[in-house]
Every structure is written in C-alpha cells, then in structure tokens.
Design a protein around this ligand. Structure first.
Ligand code: HEC
Length: 319
C-alpha cells in the first residue's frame, strides 16, 4: 500500500468517525425521552433502593432503575413509546401503572406507591422446570413415570435417546408439550427411528400435560431480591428483553464480549467444520457415554464464535 493510499484510507476513516460522532447525539436525542418520579411506601414515606420497572410492551423491553435519595428515580434514554411503571421494594410492590407516554427529549412523570405485599420468592429454576436443586435428583428410571394409561407408550417412545429425567423435571402447559413432542418427532425422523403416529402423539401429549402441569403461575417479580438496594447497586440499570418466540428457552449461551458460546442447557452451538458429525451408528446408539458427550459439547462451545451459536435465548416469561 502506498503512502497516498494509507493517507486516503485514514482520511476516509476519520471522516466516517466524525460523521458518527456528529450524528449520534442528534439521533439519540431525537428518539429518546425519560421518566422520573418518586417511590413511596404505603404510608407515603419515600423509599430508597426500590427497583422501578418500566416496560415498553411494543418493543418487549423492560428497563429497571433503582430509586435513590428521597425515593427519587429517573430512567433516562428510553426509546419513545408507551411504558407501564411498577415499583418493587422490600416485601412490597406497586400496582402496574396505566401506560405513560415517553416522547422525544421530554421527561414524563410517574410516582409509584408500594402498597401490595409481594408473593413468595421462588427457588432458582429454569423456566418450566422444577427447581434445580430437585431436578438433579429426579429419577432416570422409566418406572418413576406416574401411573396412567399411556405410561408404557411414553416409556417406549421417549427413551431411545435420553432417560425420563428430562420429562420428570419439566412442567409445561398443553401447548408447550405439543411443541416439545413435535420437536422430538422431528428428531426421531432425523435419527431414522420409527415415526410416532398422530394418534399416539395425542395420547403422549395428554399424558404429559396432565401429569406435568406448570408448577404455579409465574410472578415476574418473584426472583427479585427482597432487600432494598444500597451503595453501588443504586447505580444499576438493567434491561430485559422478551423474546417474540414464545417457545424459546432460557439460555446463557452467547456472550458477545467474549465472542464465544458459553454453553448452558439450551445452547445449541452449530457444529464447526473441524468437529466431525457423529457417525450414524453412534447417533442411533441409545445412551451415548455421558462424559464423551460433555467433552464433545465443550469442545464445540470452545471453538464456536457467538455469531454462529444456534441459541435460543432467554425469555423473561418463565414458570
Ligand atoms: C431421537 C431422539 C429423541 C427421542 C426419541 C426423544 N427425544 Fe427428547 N430430546 C432429544 C434431544 C436431542 C433433546 C435435547 C435437545 C432439545 O431440547 O431439542 C431432547 C430434549 C427433551 C426434553 C427437554 C427439552 C425441553 O424443552 O425442556 C424433553 C422434555 C424431552 N426431550 C421429551 C421427550 C419426549 C416426551 C419424548 C417422547 C415423545 C422424547 N423426548 C423423545 C432427543 C429425543
């Protein structure tokens, strides 16, 4: 590359940078607004360290900021739109407000009062599963499936690839069980296993959805701390994103900063070319050795850039 070219490239680079710098604040200011207000308790006393959730349903975004001195909070840089506001602090929370309009460069007002007792805290659990502490102990023996007309059918059709622990730990509604069984049928077809008839599929879904119903209605605040935030935590700002795909599962798999797939239950890295596909004889073997599977999965994870992860990312509605 000649010196002239280098200079030209530099000049273009610098020009592009300046365009970015020049336009960024203008665009941001155009499209963003804020909400501010005060969090009070039921007696009207200000609460510091409560969390204020601002939800934009249309964009499926929820911003969370703490209340600070005097119970005051300010959520800045919100994309314009309609937001519902809810305060959650200690053992109390407010009702969800009527939508508040956030417009460009304006600050909307929304005070909240923590008047309602919060529901019980839920133990750590993946969405639609029993708590992790119990899940690990769930049986792998098909005899542990609850008695019922179709127990034998489920034991026969659903154990060639994995044990029944996957089923025993799962708690879903009928729609979701339908989706899971449809997914499993696709896997069976791919593994050249005998196809489960539509009639048997209905029986299997009926058995699963009556024996493994959702544990409880999910309260999205039931895993937020009951302690009021203090110190540095008062600077937090959290954003959560509801996935459009209602069947997507929680995963902690793609970390853009490290550029790697981190793994996690629902992380499905696509196989990079360097790692050979299992041969058809090993994929149809009923119970591949667990250690080998784990070693292979971590090898894939280590060598898979996040961009090529086939992840199904976290959904915030869980239960
Ligand atoms: C051909 C192999 C195969 C068969 C047969 C099979 N599964 Fe699976 N199953 C898998 C694989 C692979 C996974 C993990 C990947 C996934 O979730 O799709 C899995 C995961 C699961 C999970 C956990 C996923 C989740 O959403 O929580 C459940 C529950 C499950 N299977 C139920 C069943 C049921 C019920 C049957 C019988 C109708 C069945 N499986 C038959 C291969 C199979």
């Amino acid at each position: 590359m000649t010196l002239r070219n280098v200079t030209l490239n530099l000049a273009v680079g610098i020009a592009a940078g300046i365009v970015l710098i020049a336009t960024q604040p203008v665009r941001a200011a155009d499209e963003r607004g804020s909400v501010q207000g005060v969090v009070n308790d039921a007696s009207g006393k200000p609460v510091t360290g409560a969390m204020v959730k601002l939800k934009n349903a249309e964009r499926r975004l929820t911003f969370m900021v703490p209340s600070r001195d005097g119970g005051k909070f300010e959520a800045k840089d919100l994309p314009v739109g309609q937001y519902t506001v809810q305060g959650v602090g200690g053992n109390f929370q407010s009702n969800v407000s009527a939508p508040v309009s956030v417009t460009a460069n304006q600050s909307a007002k929304a005070d909240v009062a923590l008047t309602t007792a919060r529901g019980p805290q839920l133990p750590p659990a993946w969405p639609q599963r029993i708590p992790e502490a119990l899940a690990d102990k769930a049986s792998k023996d098909f005899n542990a499936l609850p008695a019922g007309d179709n127990k034998v059918l489920v034991a026969e059709k659903c154990t060639p690839c994995h044990d029944v622990q996957r089923i025993l730990v799962k708690r879903s509604d009928e729609d979701n069980w339908n989706h899971i069984v449809a997914r499993m049928r696709a896997r069976m077809a791919a593994a050249n296993q005998p196809v489960v008839s539509d009639e048997d599929t209905k029986k299997i879904v009926a058995y699963l959805s009556s024996n493994f119903k959702p544990v409880q209605p999910y309260d999205p605040n039931s895993r937020l701390p009951t302690e009021l935030l203090k110190g540095k935590a008062l600077n937090y700002r959290a954003v959560t994103y509801d996935l459009a795909d209602r069947y997507a599962e929680a995963a902690r798999c793609c970390d853009g900063s490290a550029g790697q797939c981190l793994g996690g239950r629902a992380c499905r890295p696509r196989r990079p070319a360097s790692i050979p596909a299992p041969s058809s004889s090993s994929s149809s073997r009923p119970r591949p050795d667990r250690r080998r599977r784990i070693a292979r999965a971590s090898a894939i994870r280590r060598s898979t850039p996040a961009a090529s992860c086939g992840c199904r990312m976290a959904r915030t509605i869980a239960g």
